[in-house]
Design a protein. Structure first.
Length: 233
């Protein structure tokens, strides 16, 4: 219960990793708020975790996101933690065969959502005297990205965003770190890769535990880190 009194926003909270992070931070005593688009997905999340708070907002809309986060801060008393777990994967073709709309989609869902959420949340963290941000990048961001370039570029940009924010916000006592998963053991990934060795994949709860540590009181000296969380995957 080391997050009692903390207000945490978890983007992508209805997704495979996000649900595990919601569960972990609620168990640690945080007030958890999850932006969402699909009402059905949020209703399913709340059915399992009745204490989670939801706000319907398109995280690629800068004005709407800022308004939503201002309302969260007013209603909950502030914002202390931001987990940028919203994102998605698409690709599988060489660069010269990948149309720009797919590049734009990957930049929007993986990078733009994180940039806009950070911009909306950080003023409230400054007002609270500190905070913690964790961005979800990818192992692919540190590799060649061959045949996955649009996704890899977006996720590598998330790493640069993390480093820039860490440098800018260090004097404000706001830590900013990133985690780098590979394939996560979720129902969607199992369905997409039915012949894979699931035993090598990392469970969402294991990654959520690392994120919990990074936003907790024992990681206040860690900022600007990119932490591999892909185990044997």
């Amino acid at each position: 219960m080391d997050l009692v009194g903390k207000v945490a926003i978890i983007t992508g909270g209805t997704g495979g990793l996000g649900v595990a992070v919601v569960e972990r931070l609620l168990a640690a005593g945080a007030t958890v708020v999850t932006p969402y688009i699909s009402a059905a997905a949020f209703d399913a999340l709340r059915a399992s975790y009745p204490n989670v708070v939801g706000v319907r907002v398109d995280l690629t809309d800068e004005t709407a996101t800022r308004t939503a986060y201002d309302s969260i801060a007013t209603d909950q008393g502030g914002i202390d933690i931001l987990i940028n777990a919203a994102g998605g994967f698409a690709g599988g073709e060489p660069v010269h065969q990948t149309s720009w709309p797919l590049w734009q989609d990957q930049l929007d869902i993986n990078l733009k959502t994180a940039v806009i959420s950070c911009a909306a949340a950080i003023p409230h963290m400054i007002a609270r005297g500190g905070g913690a941000i964790v961005n979800v990048s990818s192992r692919t961001a540190t590799q060649s990205g061959a045949n996955l370039a649009a996704y890899a570029v977006a996720k590598r940009a998330v790493l640069q965003l993390t480093e820039a924010l860490a440098a800018e916000l260090r004097p404000r006592d706001i830590t900013v770190n990133a985690v780098l998963p590979s394939v996560i053991d979720t129902p969607a990934n199992r369905a997409a890769m039915p012949n894979a060795d699931y035993e090598r994949w990392v469970k969402p709860g294991e990654i959520a535990a690392v994120i919990h540590f990074l936003v907790g009181p024992h990681a206040r000296i860690i900022s600007g880190a990119a932490i591999p969380v892909y185990g044997k995957a």
